[in-house]
Each structure stands twice: as C-alpha cells, then as structure tokens.
Design a protein around this ligand. Structure first.
Ligand code: ZN
Length: 399
C-alpha cells in the first residue's frame, strides 16, 4: 500500500531550505516520491495524510544513548541490583519510548553483557517495537577505567584486539573505547588519558577490517588525540579540544558527538535530585571548557552528530531532543542542528539510507506541529506521527 503525506512543510535533512506544500509518497519501506503537492496524484487505495501547518522531517537519529540504563542519580545502581534479564526489558521499554518521541534510530554505546545486542535483535525480529538500534555491546575500558562497572576491562593491544573481535562476533555494530576518564565513575578524572594509542589502534583495526565503526569516550586532550591518531571515527564528549586536535579532526573527518544534556541536568538540578557530589563537582570543573571546545569546533566546521547520552543520571530516554535545543542555545543554526540529528548522524553510522527525505531512502519520518526552525522544542514536545520503515508506529489513533 502507498502512503501519501501531503501539505506539510518539508525539511529533508540535507540542509536544503524548507519547502512548503509538499507531497512525500511511501511504498513498502521506501520513499518513492518527493515533489510539490500539485505534482503528485493520489494512487487508488493510498492512505492519505493531510499535514497542513505541520512539518515533516526525517526520523531523528541519536548517536549516543545507553538503551538499557535508567536516569538514576547513582549510575551504577542497576548494575549492582538488577540482572541482565531485567536490564533487557528496561532497554526494550526505552527503545519504544524513543521511537514514540520521533527517534527512529539510536546508537547504544555500552551495556552489560549481551543486553543491548539482544534488544536490537528483538526489535529486528518484531518481538517488541522500538527504534532501530546500532549497538556496541560491552564498552572496552582499561582495568579500573571509566565505566568499568558496566564494561569489559581489557589491557594491552592483544587483549583489546581480542575484545573487539569478541564484541563483533557477538553482534556489535560499533566498537566503543574509553580513551579517558570521565564524570560518572568515582575516582577517575575526565582529563586523564586511559586506553593507550596502541591499545586503541589494535581494536580499531579489527573493527575497520570487519566494516564496523568505532567510537571513543574522550574528554581530556591527550586521550582525544590518542583516539584520533589510532583511527577513531567519532569523539564522544570532546571536552578539551585544542587547535591541533581540531585540525586533526577536520583532516581525518572525525565526528564530534557533544552530548550536552547530562551536565545540563547536573548543574541545573543535580544537588536537589540527589546526584552524588563527586559527579557535580567534576561537571562544574569542566563545563566552561566543554562549551569553549564546542564553539571552537563549530567555527572550524568539525562534523557534528547529535547524541544525548540518554540513560545517564536525570537524562531520560524519550527526552533525547532536549539536546537539540541545547545545541541551538550554544550557537548552531536550527538547520545545522537538524542535520546533526539526521543526515550527518546517518553518515557517522555508515547508514546512507537513513537521515534524508529523498527518493530511494528508507521511509523513516516524523511529523511535528509547528516549525522546529523557529522553535526547536517542538521536536521534544509536539511529535505527532512517526513512521519507521514505512510503517506508522506512533500516532495510530489519528487513523
Ligand atoms: Zn555515554
């Protein structure tokens, strides 16, 4: 059956100016026509949606979530208290929530055991409904390194090489490496380097051999540089970017995924909501550097992909689009932000079929009331219809 979406303002994800009074036609899981409304006839038996006053965008993509964790004040709590089975069910619920919020694709960058790999499989098999997932499986960290309570502790290039092979064998789409300390793990510093260049290079070589992407949690300058020189595809967080690092990122087309929401929540209401003091203090210490680095990256034209880090304390799944508002507030144009959450994100994921409303692309679309170019918060508050693979997955009551 064909589906015709007509009358909406179209933002196609490529950065092209919006077009009014458009028609987009879906057939099966693909987009088969994109044209001015007057040029598209309605095929017999087609399902038609009249979307005057609304905006049609590609399904949103979040390049950094932890699908099976909850926004608890203590990030390690569930890993102590709950089994993998329970975490898997939580992840399935979270993937459903994100889908309802207009996020048709998520990249989950670290879970315990096989949890996020199995959630992904369950969604692909149609056992549960949720966003399309690309997953890291277990994140790879040095012994005692950042995220050790949920990750796979490995040391030395040989162990890193083996661990990357294992995660890929188990079904990972991306290899996640901890290049520096971070904010959420007690006793490690965001600025300190962790996995070495040689360790990361071994894991990255294995991932790239298998056609997989790699991602580094990297906050301090030394660790960020190590990850880039080792061949990483994306720098997550990127708090302390130097001019030299920015040049390297441009030269090697390395993405920055800034992940603004966690610190936003910690600094706004962390103490009131029981966030441990060590987390708040670290977040306070690095906040200025975070925004200075982001500004430098924006001005230089570093590739930016959206990533909310949903699943960290206070940062709930389904609220992912807050990050897009924070990016606008930090100086990006609304169109740049939409690209970061659509076509640019798809590029980072190596999924050129996603993130654009063009003929031949996968029919992932979201319809919102109002215009996100004028008010980015409509992507969080006013999601109306969501299509994934050409199927209506949210807004069914409107049929
Ligand atoms: Zn994260």
């Amino acid at each position: 059956m064909r589906i015709v979406l007509r009358g909406a303002r179209l933002i196609d994800g490529t950065g092209r100016p919006p077009q009014d009074e458009t028609a987009v036609v879906l057939e099966g899981s693909r987009i088969v026509a994109v044209a001015p409304q007057g040029e598209v006839g309605v095929p017999q038996g087609a399902q038609v949606y009249d979307l005057g006053g609304k905006t049609l965008l590609p399904g949103l993509i979040d390049c950094h979530v932890h699908i099976s964790t909850e926004p608890d004040a203590d990030p390690a709590r569930r890993f102590r208290d709950e089994s993998d089975l329970l975490l898997t069910l939580r992840g399935a619920k979270n993937a459903w929530r994100c889908l309802q919020a207009g996020y048709t694709t998520l990249r989950s960058l670290g879970a315990r055991g096989l949890v996020d790999i199995e959630i992904k499989r369950a969604i692909e098999m149609g056992i549960v409904e949720g966003s399309r997932l690309l997953v890291a499986g277990r994140l790879l960290t040095m012994t005692g390194g950042h995220g050790h309570y949920m990750g796979y502790e490995v040391d030395g290039p040989d162990q890193l090489r083996q661990a990357a092979r294992e995660e890929i064998k188990r079904g990972a789409d991306v290899v996640k490496l901890m290049a520096t300390g971070g904010i959420l793990t007690p006793g490690v510093e965001p600025g300190s380097a962790q996995l070495t260049l040689e360790e990361m290079r071994a894991a990255i070589e294995e991932a790239h051999k298998a056609g997989k992407k790699t991602s580094a949690h990297a906050q301090g300058s030394e660790g960020i540089k190590n990850a880039i020189l080792a061949g990483i595809d994306s720098i997550e967080h990127g708090i302390f970017l130097t001019d030299e690092i920015i040049d390297l990122m441009l030269e090697r087309k390395v993405f920055l995924v800034p992940t603004l929401p966690p610190s936003h929540y910690f600094l706004l209401e962390g103490r009131k909501r029981g966030i441990p003091e060590y987390i708040i203090q670290k977040a306070e210490r690095v906040d200025e550097a975070r925004y200075q680095s982001l500004e430098k990256a924006r001005r230089a034209g570093v590739l930016i992909a959206a990533g909310s880090d949903a699943g960290t304390p206070l940062n709930a799944h389904g609220e992912n689009a807050l990050e897009l508002e924070l990016l606008v507030r930090s100086g990006f144009t609304p169109m740049e932000v939409i690209q970061a959450a659509t076509s640019r994100a798809a590029e980072l994921l190596g999924r050129q079929d996603l993130g654009r409303i063009e003929v031949g692309k996968t029919a992932d679309l979201v319809v919102v009331d109002g215009d996100p170019l004028l008010d980015m918060s409509v992507l969080r508050r006013k999601v109306n219809l969501v299509f994934k693979d050409g199927q209506l997955v949210s807004g069914k009551s409107l049929l």
